[in-house]
Design a protein around this ligand. Structure first.
Ligand code: 5CA
Ligand code: ZN
Length: 404
């Protein structure tokens, strides 16, 4: 990241568990886990928006002088991947590798700073097995009452803190659990809200040998194990889209807390809003997608994609439209024109406002307005400080990830 004049502000972020903005307070090494993709289809603008929001967190911590240990998983074994492979007569391993490679290309094109650890579920299966073994031993997990398939389930009430992260009422929990990968009606469970940890091998499904019996891992335990083993408990930010607040982040936290006997799993739970198209959440299962790779192939500048997504606040559900992209391209052209001038108005106050707004729960609409104001002044009143255009270029590059 280029160095920029002035000083960074401490970053405040909305914490879903607290229901309010709270300062992040990382040590010398800031620790962040962001839930990664399930690689059965290409990266759409909803995924991109979420990873761009956390890219800003990464950049703001670097600006404040922290080292950042950023971990992201890839859910490279799960039902949606197997279902898509089956539908398309594809090999699930090949499908996962192909889409993961495309995701990495898209993120690189968008100038998302990469995680230090980018870890697949499959390569972590030995870690996951060990964690599940410990949960069984402590009584936080149990075998389903089913002689044919004694799958391992998590007693959701094991920690005594269940619900603290998402705060949903029982009815909403039941609905989201059923809609988002849960199995409330599975016979043999002690409670409908208990979550799958280890699924015993079924004919025709991929499976791994283990002391738990041959099988494959559930979803939430993957992120618990990957995060705990790399960041430890009490790391700074657990992130993802708002669709992960429940059940995924609630259970990832509960599994990890039951395992280590400490609370909380993460100090902040940060959730990005959903990007929609034509009035519905953009999702692989609905098929209403705009892919980053499609836009790139059409010659769209990735910097314009960043600015289009930053034109809205990361926590707001919002729509992707052609007009949004057109406005972002105009803004980018204006910024580039102003930043290429030989001199401009003082950059110090514009950079200060940029930092203030971003540190205030990533208020990108205001942050962009601060750069807009500098650019229009530079373009209307020629002359000024010869250092200013270079300083603005450095600040926009470092803090927003946009090269002018
Ligand atoms: N592999 C899991 C997380 S462990 C998963 O949710 N994968 S995903 O591919 O479905 O989503 C990847 C990330 O993009 C998640 O953080 C998810 O919350 C986010 N996401 C998915 N759809 C949207 C959307 N329409 N708008 C914003 N973010 C989205
Ligand atoms: Zn996850």
């Amino acid at each position: 990241m280029p160095r920029i004049p002035g000083t960074a502000r401490p970053l405040r972020l909305h914490d879903t568990a607290a229901g309010q903005l709270r300062p992040t307070a990382p040590g010398p090494v800031a620790r962040m886990y962001v839930c990664g993709i399930t690689p059965y289809d290409a990266t759409h603008l909803g995924h991109a928006a979420t990873y761009l929001a956390f890219d800003l967190v990464h950049r703001l911590w670097l600006d404040a002088g922290h080292e950042v240990h950023y971990v992201q998983n890839v859910t490279d074994i799960d039902d949606p991947l197997l279902e898509r492979a089956e539908r398309d007569q594809d090999d699930w391993v090949v499908l996962g590798m192909r889409e993961t490679a495309l995701f990495r290309e898209d993120m690189e094109a968008l100038r998302v700073l990469p995680p230090r650890d980018f870890v697949g579920a499959v390569e972590t299966i030995p870690e996951i097995i060990e964690v599940i073994g410990k949960l069984l031993a402590s009584g936080a997990a149990y075998r389903a009452d089913d002689p044919e398939y004694p799958d391992v389930y998590f007693d959701h009430a094991a920690t005594g803190h269940f619900g603290y992260e998402s705060h949903y009422d029982a009815e909403t929990m039941a609905r989201f659990f059923a809609e988002r990968g849960g199995d409330p009606d599975r016979p043999g469970k002690r409670d409908p809200l208990d979550a799958l940890l280890w699924r015993m091998a079924r004919p025709g499904e991929p499976s791994w040998e283990s002391e738990l019996g041959e099988g494959r891992p559930g979803w939430h335990i993957e992120c618990s194990a990957i995060a705990l083993n790399r960041l430890g408990v009490g790391f700074d930010v657990q992130g993802g889209g708002s669709d992960l607040a429940f059940p995924h982040h609630e259970y990832s936290a509960a599994h990890a807390e039951a395992l280590v006997g400490e609370h909380p799993f993460a100090r902040h739970y940060v959730h990005a809003g959903m990007i929609g198209l034509d009035g519905a959440k953009m999702s692989k299962s609905k098929g209403n997608l705009v892919f980053v790779s499609r836009l790139r192939a059409d010659g769209v500048d990735p910097a314009a994609i960043r600015l289009a997504l930053f034109a809205g606040h990361y926590r707001d559900d919002r729509a992707w439209t052609d007009a949004l992209l057109a406005e972002a391209r105009e803004r980018l052209a204006r910024w580039r024109e102003a930043a290429a001038l030989e001199a401009g108005p003082d950059a110090g106050s514009a950079i200060a406002r940029l930092r203030d707004h971003l540190a205030d729960d990533l208020d990108t609409p205001r942050a962009l307005a601060a750069v807009d104001a500098w650019a229009s002044e530079a373009l209307t009143r020629q002359g000024g400080d010869a250092e200013a255009p270079g300083q603005i270029r450095a600040a926009v590059d470092a803090l927003l990830g946009v090269a002018l």
